[in-house]
Design a protein around this ligand. Structure first.
Ligand code: ATP
Length: 317
């Protein structure tokens, strides 16, 4: 049986809305919104070639559509703080934008809004006619609760205040953004619950490190999303081992593969893992998202973003 998964690596995978296989015939429905005639022809040809390159496929039918989809909100959560949720949300947003998606990012982490720092965009958010205007950085439209208050101010917001702030961010002028990533505060309490209910995400991504404690909390986070009827797009394992900078030997201080096994046990997809990396932390601290550059970290984020898009395709139907 031919396998159309090879198309996950096509640079325009984000545009594939559905794929069907009938015997040796592959049919792809592809969103060509915003492309001119020449670009449409190129897209069609390149997808046809990619489908015909799959062993066993003898005919490829490409149907181009130009239907605009509504905005999709994807929440990024973690059961526990400090697992790299914000770093992953930032870099996933950048990687999605590099794949051609129009991406917005809401930093709803009221306990530690770090997106302005991760993007090197710490200016206060401006408003026009009482509507906030996102800041643009690395191809992503960004708004953070951190931009609503002075930098360094501790945010000890209670549920209603937090959801009021989130409302302002959701109702901002997002323009043509079609995918909005929301970086939630870590944990599974009432504040998170009310933020999820407000943001009404179409799907959620859970970030965990491989240790048992983080995994137990990740399972709680999955449970919280499931209770609120938000499908889980997948789990990402962060800080999964590192290569010793001195001897080059791989080392797994937090264990290895725990998040993948936990995802399997809970019946949710595993999107991939990122190693512990000093250069990733340094670039992040300096406000240069590694996903915007070249090299292994950028490739890893591009791969995670592609897998996320494939999951979203399935969830949105
Ligand atoms: N793969 C990684 N390798 C090295 N450092 C990392 C990695 N991922 C994240 N970090 C670093 O770990 C720290 C915590 O990351 P981050 O702020 O993204 O976590 P978080 O889960 O969002 O935390 P919070 O509890 O503040 O919401 C940051 O200094 C970040 O640069």
């Amino acid at each position: 049986m031919p396998d159309l998964d090879a198309l996950d690596h096509h640079p325009d995978v984000a545009r594939i809305r559905s794929r069907r296989l009938t015997g040796k015939v592959a049919t792809l429905v592809v969103d060509a919104t915003g492309l001119d005639d020449g670009e449409k022809e190129k897209l069609e040809l390149s997808l046809k070639e990619a489908a015909l390159a799959v062993p066993g496929i003898e005919e490829a039918r490409i149907a181009l559509t130009a239907t605009k989809r509504g905005r999709t909100v994807v929440a990024v959560g973690s059961g526990k703080g400090g697992v790299g949720k914000s770093t992953l949300a930032a870099n996933l947003a950048v990687a999605l934008a590099r794949l051609g998606q129009k991406v917005g990012l809401i930093d709803a982490d009221i306990y530690g809004p770090s997106q302005p720092r991760l993007f090197g965009a710490t200016q206060r958010a401006e408003a026009k006619d009482k509507q906030l205007i996102p800041v643009e950085a690395y191809g992503v439209k960004l708004l953070s609760v951190g931009q609503l208050v002075a930098e360094g101010t501790a945010l000890a917001w209670r549920g209603p205040m937090a959801s009021g702030a989130l409302n302002q961010l959701i109702d901002a002028d997002w323009g043509d953004a079609e995918l909005i990533v929301v970086d939630l505060p870590p944990g599974t309490g009432d504040v998170q619950l009310s933020l999820i209910q407000k943001a009404r995400p179409a799907a959620a991504v859970i970030v965990s490190t491989p240790q048992d404690l983080s995994l137990i909390d990740a399972a709680r986070a999955i449970d919280l999303f499931e209770k609120t009827h938000v499908p889980i797009a997948g789990v990402i394992e962060n800080m999964a081992g590192y290569d010793c900078p001195h001897c080059g030997q791989p080392s797994d201080p937090f264990g290895h593969g725990g998040a993948e096994a936990e995802a399997k046990r809970l019946g949710v997809a595993f999107l991939g893992r990122l190693p512990l990396s000093a250069s990733l932390r340094e670039a992040s601290d300096a406000g240069n998202p590694p996903a915007a550059g070249e090299g292994p970290a950028a490739a890893a984020f591009a791969d995670l973003a592609r897998k996320l898009l494939v999951q979203l395709e399935t969830i949105r139907g």
